[in-house]
Design a protein around this ligand. Structure first.
Ligand code: NAD
Ligand code: ZN
Length: 375
């Protein structure tokens, strides 16, 4: 993909480029005049991004004006087979052929769903990701994993399929709420902890509400994810580094879904998972105690506490065993061997996981007891 000189572009992983910087969207317009010229164009949004992001995209990419709009409801429930069927039907009704291009404008739900729809329609049409959430920019829209949920199991059906390119335009984040922003920050913290100590320090010190300060960190995080994907596109080895915090995090997400009064975003669950995995790293004598303390302090300061009872730990462990990635005896964890370095596939037994959960539970209880009583 030819790139104008003023454009900042991070390395192409060999699978798909990620373009970022002030002129990234202008480049998309140029692409539509070149390799994308004359292709039937479709844009997928959710209700929110149709309202908040589409006008800005149209202004920056005038060649998209002729695109057919497609819209789904906002939220995880749109990663669903029936929604996918409606999108395939829409494409067929409008005679989308193999040359068609689908632009996915939204968070991880839109890029996962749109990517999967495009990857399977006529055995695959081209698609472009324009992520609009922080989670999308640093994680979901990079690396070629697409998919939908089935029977309440996340990402049960999916495909590896790469976008033509992913375009990062941080100004879209202006309208994103604080909770959704922090959701993405959790993955940035993870990137720093497992791959890049200076990045961990930068993210730790950044004024997260300041988009000018956040943008270069977004680009760094996206670059770190690309580097890992370049080494391991199909998730067999190094990509497991990105599982840090996710082994327990996924079970906590599932646990929160079981009780309607609780709510836990993916990043919030991963943040707790990272606290537990950091403690396990120390427990296994892989990580020094002062480093563990610094990580815990930062994460607990950033994310809301999630309360559960000691008796819930049994259920959380059960949910971990149900996870397809945890089949067999011991669990396999990605643990820290320092800040900015990690080891994959460390065996951890159920008793140790329970201890790690108990450690988190006591940490938040102690933190709450230290708080002055509310008036
Ligand atoms: N494919 C991958 O590698 C990968 C990686 C991480 C996450 N994911 C998937 O991504 C999904 C989560 O992504 P997400 O957190 O972006 O969720 P999301 O797409 O549901 O977006 C979160 C909310 O923000 C709204 N929104 C989007 N852009 C906005 C903007 N600019 N301003 C205001 N509101 C906006 C959305 O409408 C939605 O309500 C999950 O389904 C997860 O499985 C995939
Ligand atoms: Zn994640």
């Amino acid at each position: 993909m030819a790139t104008p000189p003023e454009l900042t572009q991070i390395r192409d992983s060999g699978h798909h480029p990620v373009l970022m910087g002030e002129h990234a969207l202008a480049h998309l317009d140029q692409w539509l005049a070149g390799p994308g010229n004359g292709a039937p164009l479709f844009i997928l949004c959710d209700e929110t991004t149709a309202d908040l992001c589409l006008p800005e995209l149209m202004a920056a990419v005038p060649r998209l004006r002729h695109a057919h709009p497609m819209q789904v409801r906002s939220g995880e429930h749109s990663k669903d087979l029936e929604v996918c069927r409606a999108l395939w039907t829409h494409l067929a009704d409008r005679h989308a052929d193999r040359a068609a291009v689908l632009v996915n404008l939204g968070g991880g739900v839109v890029t996962d769903l749109g990517g999967f729809t495009a990857a399977t329609y006529k055995r695959g049409i081209r698609f472009i990701h324009v992520p609009t959430t922080l989670m999308g920019m640093v994680d979901a829209a990079i690396g070629g994993k697409t998919g939908i949920d089935l029977h309440g199991v996340k990402n049960l059906v999916g495909a590896f399929a790469d976008p033509v390119a992913t375009y990062l335009h941080p100004p879209f984040l202006r309208t994103l709420g604080k909770r959704e922003l922090l959701n993405g920050v959790a993955e940035m913290v993870k990137h720093g902890l497992v791959l890049d100590a200076p990045h961990w320090n930068d993210v730790r010190r950044a004024a997260l509400h300041d988009l000018g300060a956040l943008a270069p960190l977004i680009f760094r995080s996206a670059g770190l994810k690309m580097e890992v994907v370049a080494r391991d596109h199909r998730d067999h080895g190094p990509r497991k580094l990105l599982n840090f915090g996710h082994t327990i995090g996924h079970a906590l997400e599932a646990f929160a879904l079981e009780s309607p009064q609780r709510s836990l975003l993916h990043g919030e669950a991963v943040a707790i998972g990272m606290v537990c995995a950091t403690w396990l790293s120390w427990r296994m004598e892989l990580l020094e105690r002062d480093r563990m303390n610094a990580i815990e302090e930062h994460i607990l300061g950033l994310f809301p506490a999630f309360r559960f009872l000691q008796t819930d730990e049994h259920r959380i462990l059960e949910l971990m065993r149900n996870d397809k990635k945890n089949a067999g005896g011991d669990f396999r964890f990605t643990l820290l061997t320092g800040i900015g370095e990690a080891r994959v596939d460390v065996p951890v037994n159920a008793a140790q996981v329970a201890e790690a959960l108990e450690h988190y539970r006591l940490l938040i209880r102690d933190a709450e007891q230290r708080q002055p009583p509310r008036p």
